[in-house]
Design a protein around this ligand. Structure first.
Ligand code: HSE
Length: 429
């Protein structure tokens, strides 16, 4: 436990982009933080392989072994800002087990090992906080866990990966640039990782959505249960067709709850132009929460970057120092977690955007629509491009339909000799 609630001694593990920004915020704004919160927050120990050119470490203990920070009896709160799970997991386990509070920006760590770490924190009567793990500088965990505490939440839908949003926004812009070209630009600008799989295949967003679902609905952290699709299959043609029909294509994380279960899915989604989420472009993040009392609220801001993410880390440190809420790490106590099942993607309903290529001959549309109607799927909009060719693209937006019915209808449609090539399907918000 902390020696003195009015004093909080911080140890920082790592000194990369987020850690160096956090160090500078904590040291530069210590007087401001104290005047706002009554808490004297001091960085006493930094563990890093090498110094950082932006940080003056002359008044702080520096170790090259990050475990020295955890083992320092003067450290009350350990900031785990190294990322990855090895050795972050061992570091956080040791910190909690030895009675130190932990603040982390590590979404993979919380999404995959959070349940164990929350238990460990509870057993040792300490806190673990992770605001910075979801949507960087946007205080969305605080907003849901505290600001909306008097609400029943029905849905959380967000753009929670800046790299994919940047790529889709650029593809949407002038020039008809495709996925590969824009991804290369994102890498050059330093948005996408050198190995961009985590971003573009939706794993980063899935980690963040796992955490949001727990905070919003008390779903035990279940990273493996998420349905995940990335954006590598989205084409400029799909973006243009969607535009004609009044939509933008966004990569969304969606979690929703009804009496039957919990939806947990990450995939490209058609979002109506009128929706606020459609206006979020570039690397920015936004999370839309639908709840019964507050209605729809949206949280927008920078989802990455040292200062923005550091801002969230500082807020967690101050919360721990004040410990004024005493809320459980997962937002719900262990015995209050929901037992509702995570729905299979086949059981989830949504409208669909379909794009296929068909031979331009009489009866083709009739056979398509008859297959759809047999599965009770009606058509909301349809675009058929007369390309003056033997084959024409057909784009359809359907009504709300169960994924299993759509799968069955598409299996039949793809067997039609008039349908050539694959069928693109994107869910609509
Ligand atoms: N790679 C992440 C993104 C950074 O693009 O949003 C922060 O998690």
């Amino acid at each position: 436990m902390m020696a003195d609630v009015s004093q909080c001694r911080v140890g920082i593990c790592g000194l990369g982009t987020v850690a160096s920004a956090t160090y500078n915020l904590l040291t530069r704004y210590a007087p401001l933080i104290q005047s706002r919160t009554g808490t004297d927050v001091t960085v006493v120990h930094v563990g890093c392989r090498r110094d950082h050119p932006d940080c003056d470490l002359s008044n702080v203990r520096v170790s090259r072994d990050i475990f020295d920070v955890v083992r320092d009896p003067e450290v009350d709160v350990v900031l785990e800002l190294i990322g990855g799970t090895d050795p972050a997991l061992a570091l956080v386990r040791e910190a909690l087990a030895t009675g130190k509070h932990v603040v982390t920006a590590n979404k993979a760590l919380i999404a995959e090992f959070g349940a164990e770490l929350f238990d460990l924190a509870d057993t040792n009567n300490v806190s673990i906080r992770y605001e910075a793990a979801v949507a960087g500088g946007i205080p969305v965990i605080k907003a849901i866990r505290e600001g909306l505490v008097g609400n029943e939440i029905s849905r959380v839908a967000g753009i929670i990966n800046g790299t994919t949003n940047f790529i889709l926004s650029e593809m949407e812009g002038v020039g008809n640039r495709g996925f590969d070209e824009v991804l290369a630009e994102a890498q050059e600008l330093g948005y996408a990782e050198a190995d961009p799989t985590f971003d573009v295949e939706g794993i980063d967003a899935a980690h963040k959505l796992t955490i949001l679902s727990t905070i919003a609905f008390g779903v035990p952290l279940e990273f493996e249960a998420i349905y995940t699709e990335g954006i590598s299959q989205v084409t400029v043609a799909d973006i243009r067709f969607a535009e004609q029909l009044g939509y933008k294509i966004k990569h969304l994380g969606i979690t929703a709850r009804d009496g039957e279960g919990v939806e947990l899915r990450v995939h490209p989604t058609l979002v109506p132009n009128s929706a606020l989420l459609a206006q979020v472009s570039g690397v920015m993040n936004a999370v839309m929460v639908t709840s019964n009392a507050a209605g729809e609220t949206m949280y927008y801001g920078a989802g990455a970057g040292g200062d923005a993410t550091g801002s969230a880390v500082v807020s967690d440190v101050v919360d721990i120092a004040r410990d004024h809420l005493g809320i459980p790490s997962a937002g719900y106590g262990a015995s209050d977690m929901t037992t509702l099942p995570i729905k299979l993607i086949e059981d989830i309903e949504s409208p669909f955007y379909l794009r296929l290529t068909a031979r331009d001959k009489p009866g083709v549309m009739a056979s398509l629509t008859s297959i759809l109607s047999r599965y009770n799927i009606s058509i909301e909009s349809l675009v058929q491009r007369d390309a003056n060719a033997d084959e024409v693209p057909v784009v359809i937006i359907t009504n709300r339909v169960r994924e299993s019915a759509m799968n069955a209808a598409l299996a039949e449609i793809s067997e039609q000799s008039s349908v050539t090539g694959g069928i693109t399907r994107i869910r609509v918000l």
